[in-house]
Design a binder for this molecule. Sequence first.
Ligand code: G4P
Length: 529
Amino acid sequence: MSLSVPLEAARRRTFAIISHPDAGKTTLTEHLLLAGGAIRAAGAVRARGETRRTRSDWMKIEQERGISVTASVMTFDHTGLMFNLLDTPGHEDFSEDTYRTLTAADAAVMVLDAAKGIEPQTLKLFEVCRLRDIPILTFINKMDREAQDPFELLDEIGSKLALDPAPLYWPAGSGSRFKGVLDLRTDRFTPYVRNADGETHDSIAFRGNAISQYLDPTEVEEVSDGAELVLGASKTFDPKAFLEGHMTPVFFGSALRHFGVEELLAGLGAFAPPPKEVAASRAAKDTHVAPGETEVTGFVFKVQANMDPNHRDRIAMLRLCSGRFTRGMKLKVQNTGRQISVNSPIMFFAADRELAEEAFAGDVIGIPNHGVLRVGDSLSETGTLKFQGLPNFAPEILRRVRIKDPLKAKHLKKALEGLAEEGVTQLFRPSIGADFIVGAVGQLQFEVMADRLSNEYQLDVLFEAAPFAEARWVTGSRADIEDFSGKHRNAMAEDIDGLPVFMAKSSWEIGYVTERFPGVTFQRTRERG
Ligand code: G4P
């Protein structure tokens, strides 16, 4: 029996984990799932990854490079709350995918390696969270290894991120001298027992006699002094400042040793926000969609190829924004007006995928389809609602695709269109010439693409330097666009939806045409619909 729509929405916690590669995101994901009761033993996430990889050849890249290319979502019900953990790929070349995933998250956990502090990728991802007002909880990981001074780590959060750190715990040592953490709000100490893989230990009163079992008098003094100092020097945790993105509660622990993870999950339950109102427009009028509204609405933030290379199906990840979704429901795509019957929606539980019978705001359902759904699509029962602020990223590198066997040109077109529909890359077809141009945000995307074209479509391709440096979508009145394109025939192309794109040789050229053609606008990203 489900609750009312607003109450179901209110018990959702949809979050992502952001970190620099190697800080421990995968390990923390696994241990959060363990803490949430979604899996029974550590090793399951990785094991699942292995079987997945053997099923899909292109994921060899993931394995070889030790990066995670695909983003998925994992759902678990714990302490009366429904957690949706969105897995964000870690490698910087896949930032586009990561950015999109963050549009579907209501909160983020920032994992820092205690020995390294804020690393470049952490900073980049943090900036995206800030841009989208996503509140952040900080988990300082690997305390079981030699760490930086915790004061320095907190200082770095303050100075590099301009975010007030509010430590909720204080560590006793690190590495071989790591003894546990003190809860600064309750004054209770949770001892760290090194061989306790997966076990949790009950906390004890820090000021009582029992503490001598775990800490010698010098250590007690050290922790006591540290705690006093940090409480004096930092701001007290303020949930409002956290929700507004000015403050981050800080946890210390070791994901690998399952230490501090339960506390983090409890923190997510207590502080991370339920789904909030989302800005949208209906019939060209601005509006907001509240999670408790009855109409079922949502947006596609990711399209994933079916794991089975023999099937060309795609799974569109729909983040629900309102209403009670039930299986078999009909939803309309705002920009195309197409209606789809969602008969086999998938929900992703850690161990399995299951058919979703019902889902609410904050949940993510996977909708199998044959290319009808695209990243950025708004879906609703009436089909009249369009969500705002869904990101479309400007391609930063352009390459010309050359196929080794010219007889397969038609096949190549289909394959490239498929990958563009998934949002893996952007595709441009120049008005003059037969070669396609593909755009990506990072070099690695081309490698993934070449690998997939070879394994899934048996196509051998080369990516060559393109004669263009930048792509700009051309918007304006029909007459102005025609005037501009007519004068730049050999620099015009169409994107996958037939929208006109100007391929410039340099950014200087964009400045030049912008001045000369005031009637048209040159946009770095495309807005569908
Ligand atoms: P990522 O997803 O952020 O890239 O990091 P991942 O979890 O894969 O962790 C990177 C490495 O750090 C792994 O070691 C992992 O075991 C280790 N690690 C994660 N959390 C902790 C922790 O709390 N304490 C310690 N000591 N190590 C931690 P690896 O040797 O690269 O991989 P593996 O052979 O252990 O799988």
